[in-house]
Design a protein around this ligand. Structure first.
Ligand SMILES: Nc1ncnc2c1ncn2[C@@H]1O[C@H](COP(=O)(O)OP(=O)(O)OP(=O)(O)O)[C@@H](O)[C@H]1O
Ligand SMILES: [Mg+2]
Length: 347
């Protein structure tokens, strides 16, 4: 496994700190809503504290910068050397791009992908469309908008229905897979109302589910061994739904490195790296795939801002499987960014 050995750290300032790192985030607020998963993408304070402690352990001074209406002033007041961004943003299809846009506006270096990559990746249909032009196989789909009926001519049931621009399985319940046009119509009506956005109607690919994590840039890009999401409880259709993610111990076993033939593992890792490069991801990302019963690899979606909840989110779970503790995981992401900006890495 490639490591991020560093021999030339920044000299500490008079307080003993080597670097001021702003940590931008959006917290779950406990908003009450009929929609159970309304705050699914936001982070808990525990994740913020875990990242803060990791950063402090490298000798960084950490400024906690909640991404709210005062972010601009907070950034100008704290003038960090770099920002470690996990903020999901607030509203709209481009919300994940909001904080990176502000950081670029203020010319502040930050870890992770820029606003353009985040905008594309959050729009599942748009990223599928771009990747298909690079011959990346992705399930056939239609986009349903408002109350207009969607034609599924040319698509094969079962179909999965998911909000086009969400993450953390928000809007993907255990009944997201439909077998016929009537059920599709009902689910589209319900979800369009609940999530107020276009719905992706996509061919459901049964078979193995894999997620692939990446760190680094350019020549130093490392694709970690793929992790298989193995369904251990019988379900009509195996989906890593919102409730399965919440109760993962009951439904899932994680297998990393996944038991794949060597040639399949190599193709999958190469595909993941190509996607990372095509979408110009920076520092880290995670993406999901299905391998059909015929052995075809299908790209499902990419997360250039993957969850980092310790021992819960898939990204830190994969790095744990390969022997990295949480601290090393955060360090590998931060150092990728520091190197990219020509700032000396931390040790
Ligand atoms: N076309 C498909 N075929 C089979 N399963 C699918 C398909 N699309 C989605 N799924 C299932 O639904 C899950 C959630 O879908 P997807 O990864 O698109 O949502 P997400 O909310 O963006 O996820 P994340 O939490 O990774 O951000 C997948 O992990 C997979 O189990
Ligand atoms: Mg996913």
């Amino acid at each position: 496994m490639e490591t991020f050995e560093t021999t030339d750290p920044l000299p500490p300032d008079e307080d003993g700190y080597c670097l001021t790192v702003g940590l931008t985030y959006n917290l779950k607020k406990g908003i009450k809503s009929e929609v159970e998963d309304i705050e699914a993408e936001y982070d808990s304070i525990d994740t913020v504290i875990a990242i803060k402690e990791a950063l402090e352990s490298f000798g960084c001074r950490v400024e906690l910068l909640e991404a709210d209406a005062h972010l601009f002033e907070k950034l100008t007041d704290s003038s960090p050397d770099i920002v470690f961004n996990i903020a999901e943003g607030t509203h709209g299809r481009g919300r994940e791009a909001q904080v990176p846009s502000i950081l670029n506006f203020l010319n502040i270096p930050f870890a992770g992908s820029d606003e353009t990559t985040l905008c594309i990746a959050l729009d599942k249909a748009l990223s599928k469309r771009i990747l298909s032009t690079y011959k990346i196989k992705t399930p056939k789909y239609r986009l349903s908008s408002g109350n207009k009926p969607v034609s599924v001519k040319g698509l094969q049931f079962p179909l999965i229905v998911k909000p086009n621009a969400e993450g953390s399985s928000k809007g993907i319940s255990d009944v997201a897979v439909v077998e016929n046009p009537t059920r599709l119509k009902e689910l589209l009506a319900k979800n369009t109302k609940a999530y107020s956005q276009p719905m992706l109607v996509e061919e459901f690919i049964p078979g193995k589910e894999l997620t692939v994590a990446i760190v680094g840039n350019g020549e130093e890009t490392v694709v970690y061994p793929p992790m298989e999401i193995k369904y251990i409880k019988s379900m009509t259709h195996n989906i890593y739904s919102f409730s399965v993610k919440k109760n993962y111990k009951e439904y899932i076993e994680y297998d990393c490195p996944a038991a794949l033939e060597i040639s399949m593992e190599k193709t999958l890792k190469n595909t993941a790296k190509k996607i990372y490069q095509v979408l110009e991801c920076k520092d880290f990302a995670r993406m999901d795939f299905r391998i059909s019963e015929e052995g075809e690899i299908y790209f499902i979606e990419i997360n250039p801002l993957p969850g980092l909840a310790p021992s819960y989110s898939d990204y830190p779970m994969i790095t744990e499987f390969v022997g990295m503790d949480y601290r090393s995981t955060i360090k590998s992401i931060l150092n990728s960014a520091l190197k990219r900006y020509g700032i000396k890495p931390v040790v």
